[in-house]
Design a protein around this ligand. Sequence first.
Ligand SMILES: Cc1cc2nc3c(=O)[nH]c(=O)nc-3n(C[C@H](O)[C@H](O)[C@H](O)COP(=O)(O)O)c2cc1C
Length: 156
Amino acid sequence: MRTSKRSSLIHLIYFSRAQLSAEPGVRARQINEIARHAQKKNEFSVITSLLIVDQGYFIQILEGERMSVQETFQRISADNRHRDVHIVEWREITKREFVTSFASAPRTPSNDALFQKANLGPMLQRGTPKASTIYSLAQALQADTMAKQGIDHLFV
Ligand SMILES: Cc1cc2nc3c(=O)[nH]c(=O)nc-3n(C[C@H](O)[C@H](O)[C@H](O)COP(=O)(O)O)c2cc1C
């Protein structure tokens, strides 16, 4: 079966404290800068990923072959644009859930309801965010972005 050949497919979820500018315009440019670079690198390594940005935290899900994810995460965790990088979950998966090499999902007025429903804030402050909560929020954010682009039919 094809799935047995993909047994080294994993996902890694981490969260960290963002070290970005307090000024929204500068912060948006800093995130764009991360995205531009990460997109190219992840395409090359066949990694799919979603980066949530909320209340001074980064929360990222990386999916791909074990070695590629490990190598990428090592670089990410050494990056001084964030600190206190903690792995929430690292496990084998049977299929990818995210469609692009790198998508960033900052909290905005238009997706605020999804963030409110997930209520990650208190868990992040305690340092114990649940992988399942992060995963559901990330899926909802991806579906929301796709729907706004008119490609929600792929996710029915
Ligand atoms: C929150 C955050 C998320 C990042 N995500 C990725 C990523 O998904 N893939 C990646 O290659 N680099 C990512 N980076 C950038 C890496 O940390 C690092 O700067 C970059 O990969 C180094 O590339 P270089 O060796 O070509 O200079 C991220 C950085 C931050 C702060």
